[in-house]
Design a protein around this ligand. Structure first.
Ligand SMILES: NC(=O)c1ccc[n+]([C@@H]2O[C@H](COP(=O)([O-])OP(=O)(O)OC[C@H]3O[C@@H](n4cnc5c(N)ncnc54)[C@H](OP(=O)(O)O)[C@@H]3O)[C@@H](O)[C@H]2O)c1
Length: 273
């Protein structure tokens, strides 16, 4: 199977790639940093027979996302699994190239465009699966269109929560739209995982937090199952968790909110579709 993972040079994405390469799957690492991607590719190639490719993807720029998706369509024609994994936690306000608050833009909107651009490529596989990395942190957020460009007081936790809530709402909405098609769509919370995502935290806070974190291999096992197991072949619209409860906030299960966000997102990415 051809399996594309965004942000696969480190963390949960890399650990997932490790498991899939060991299963001799064809893994495509979609990364922004060519050197980090190359290092990951070389390490992965020693683990199994599965082919490991690299494609360039910078979710900070909708133009890069568009270009990347076009290149993937041309190079591969069909894709069996898309794992929307890349993400960041930003402790201070930054904007994407298109002027969106960075966590909203990278974690959510870039993936929204990327997924839409790749739907025809996923449709070309006999059966395809889309997997979104959401988070229990979605409880900290809401969807406030007036903050999509980082307006107002910057609370990093709120903005991370908004981006992860958007991931989950998008997953639910897409699952409804894809029901009955050859593509399934699901989301997960990977748990509190020891990865680079906490790199911006102060050292002491990071050390304290690390005591409660699990290794990347825990969510990687769940994502591997969601991507290639028979058990997950026909599941659609699920939200599961690797090692914590998969409780959803009332915003996450709000169908109207998901539909509105979907329409707003379509408008925001329309020049690149
Ligand atoms: N770790 C946790 O406790 C936790 C909990 C809940 C959810 N999650 C979610 O799990 C996913 C993976 O996170 P992780 O913990 O594995 O974090 P990580 O170790 O920091 O890895 C994140 C990956 O995303 C990539 N990335 C960041 N910005 C990007 C951009 N503009 N374009 C393309 N790629 C970009 C990073 O690339 P670089 O190496 O170049 O920066 C890296 O490969 C994220 O969606 C995160 O929100 C994590």
């Amino acid at each position: 199977m051809k399996i594309l993972i965004t942000g696969a040079n480190t963390g949960i994405g890399y650990a997932t790639a490790e498991r899939l390469v060991k299963q001799d799957q064809h893994v495509i690492l979609a990364c922004r940093n060519a050197d980090k991607a190359k290092t990951a590719q070389v390490r992965l190639q020693t683990l199994g027979q599965g082919q490991v490719d690299i494609v360039t993807l910078d979710l900070n720029s909708l133009e890069s996302v568009q270009q990347s998706a076009n290149d993937i369509a041309e190079q591969y024609g069909a894709l069996d699994v898309l794992i929307n994994n890349a993400g960041l936690f930003a402790k201070s306000k930054q904007l994407t190239q298109d002027g969106f608050e960075q966590q909203f833009g990278v974690n959510y909107l870039g993936h929204f465009l990327f997924t839409h651009k790749l739907l025809p490529v996923l449709s070309n596989a006999p059966k395809a699966r889309i997997i979104h990395l959401a988070s229990i942190a979605h409880w900290m957020g809401n969807i406030k269109p007036k903050t999509f460009h980082g307006e107002g007081l910057y609370n990093p936790l709120y903005f991370y929560g908004q981006s992860k809530l958007a991931n989950l709402l998008f997953s639910h909405e897409l699952a409804r739209q894809l029901a009955g098609s050859t593509i399934t769509n699901n989301a997960l919370h990977p748990g509190g995982v020891d990865s680079d995502i906490y790199r911006e935290l102060p050292t002491l806070a990071h050390k304290a937090l690390q005591l409660g974190l699990v290794p990347t291999s825990i969510p990687a096992k769940l994502i591997e199952d969601m991507a290639i197991s028979v058990e997950w072949e026909n599941k659609n619209g699920e939200y599961v968790s690797a090692h914590m409860p998969n409780w959803q906030s009332r915003h996450a299960t709000n169908k109207g909110l998901a539909e509105r966000l979907y329409m707003q997102s379509m408008e925001m990415v329309s020049p690149y579709l």
